[in-house]
Design a protein around this ligand. Structure first.
Ligand code: GCO
Ligand code: MG
Length: 446
């Protein structure tokens, strides 16, 4: 390439902001007409390879899928992060989805989703759904790059200027929690989740009987339901007294209480007007939601553990939740998540996609594109990312005054730097936090 052409391509790239880096063939980044949506000879580009990249930049195993095509420089990325079984997802991608998708066209996202979904015959499980999500999100990324527009534009354009987020305030004491709420308010957050210690405030349960009896494992955690409930009421009371109505307060019950205790807690925090109480019950106790709904006016958020439509269809259509908290990759990606969002619109169930630290930044970008486009958006969870995340994932969404802004580039606007990712090999998954018991040693849903 002669110097003049090189300078010209740099000019073009800088004009459209680092287009080349994100796997956007300069041709499509430059012109927006549909001619570019077809590959050589007008055919839709074909998938040549599907790869899973497993990396742990902040000691959390993240799985990102890269879909490569036969069009030079055109590829897509998608989130397939199921951190508890990351290696199983990598195998599902490498051993099954890669051979399955090779040679298929990138264009027919719904058709590709349906054919892959039914290719395992048994379906709707966390491992296969996450693997499929990686490909699905990558195909939306590719379609946006070919069309020269951000994915939210493909989904119908913006319904709001940015994505209203919530942050995680916590502390081992009521005072620490109240102080941490102040820190998030300082950063401009309007919505703040409050937790006393870890989920279920297990630090409040001292000397459990089963440990004294030598039952269970040393590292097992213990929940004392009454101490947890009282601690939660105390943080709501203190935060409301300190900040009044100037802040929305959210809390995650993380499915750790028995149904009647859950009903009791929601009734006792009602006067502190929670924005929502999350996962008051486990998916296994789904039958209790009608009773819970009748007992309280506290908004309910549910769904991060859902994998199957059987778990959300009836409760959403019966208006038993106010917010759907689905983990987008756990149900198979953007394609099914858009259907869940659209379903919610008719029953006034708003979105609050699961957005913890164990969703990759690619997944967070995907959330935000959906959040920008759908009418029934509620709120978006997002952690404060460590600097290393920006090294591994160029184009990360950024948070300003509690609002999330996506990178306004074609596709999802984010990429993965594989060299940087390779510097952070996977870590052994620490499942201790899931090993929760009552005082007598009975296992409790985590
Ligand atoms: C949340 C969640 C998470 C999960 C975690 C499991 O609301 O953010 O409950 O914290 O526990 O994603 O791996
Ligand atoms: Mg949760």
């Amino acid at each position: 390439m002669n110097r003049r052409k090189l300078l010209k391509s740099f000019g073009a790239a800088s004009a459209l902001g680092t287009a080349g880096i994100f796997g956007i063939p300069l041709s499509s980044a430059k012109s927006k007409d549909s001619a570019d949506t077809k590959g050589k000879g007008g055919a839709s580009p074909k998938i040549t390879k599907v790869r899973a990249i497993l990396t742990a930049p902040y000691r959390t195993n993240l799985v990102v899928v890269k879909v490569e095509t036969d069009q030079a420089g055109l590829y897509g990325v998608g989130c397939a992060t199921f951190t508890q079984r990351a290696h199983s997802v990598v195998s599902a991608v490498k051993d099954y989805l890669d051979p399955f998708f090779r040679g298929r066209s990138v264009g027919n996202i719904e058709e590709n989703w349906q054919m892959a979904y039914q290719s395992s015959y048994w379906r709707n499980g966390p491992v296969l759904n996450n693997a499929l999500s990686g490909v699905d999100q990558a195909l939306w990324d590719i379609k946006g790059k070919m069309a020269g527009m951000p994915v939210y534009d493909l989904l119908g354009g913006k319904t709001r200027f940015a994505v209203d987020a919530y942050g995680h305030a916590s502390g081992k004491s009521v005072e620490e929690v109240v102080e941490d709420v102040g820190r998030f308010k300082e950063m401009g957050y309007r919505n703040i989740r409050i937790q006393l210690g870890g989920y279920g405030s297990t630090h409040l349960a001292t000397k459990p009987s089963y440990k004294e009896a030598g039952f269970g494992m040393e590292k097992d955690r213990t929940i004392s339901p009454q101490a947890y409930k009282q601690g939660t009421i105390d943080i709501f009371k203190a935060a409301r007294e300190t900040y009044g109505d100037s802040v929305e307060l959210l809390h995650d019950m993380h499915e750790r209480l028995q149904p009647m205790d859950a009903i009791d807690l929601l009734r006792r925090v009602e006067e502190y007007r929670p924005f929502f109480m999350e996962d008051p019950l486990s998916p296994e106790n789904i039958g209790w939601f009608r009773k819970l709904r009748e007992q309280t006016s506290v908004p309910i958020a549910m769904g991060e553990l859902f994998n199957s439509p059987h778990e959300w269809l009836v409760p959403m259509s019966e208006r038993l939740y106010d917010y759907i908290r689905i983990h987008v990759s756990q149900i198979g990606g953007i394609t099914p998540a858009m259907k869940v969002a659209r379903l919610g619109e008719w029953f006034n169930v708003r979105t609050a996609w699961h957005g913890p630290g164990d969703t990759s930044p690619v997944g967070h970008a995907a959330h935000c594109h959906i959040d920008l486009a759908v009418w029934n958006f509620g709120v978006q969870e997002i952690p404060i990312f460590k600097d290393v995340a920006y090294e591994v994932f160029p184009g990360m969404p950024r948070v300003e005054k509690g609002y999330i802004h996506v990178n306004e580039a074609p596709g999802l606007g984010i990429d993965i730097d594989e060299k940087a990712a390779a510097k952070y090999p996977p870590v052994e998954y620490n499942y201790n936090w899931t090993q929760v018991r009552r005082d007598d040693g009975t296992p409790v849903r985590p």
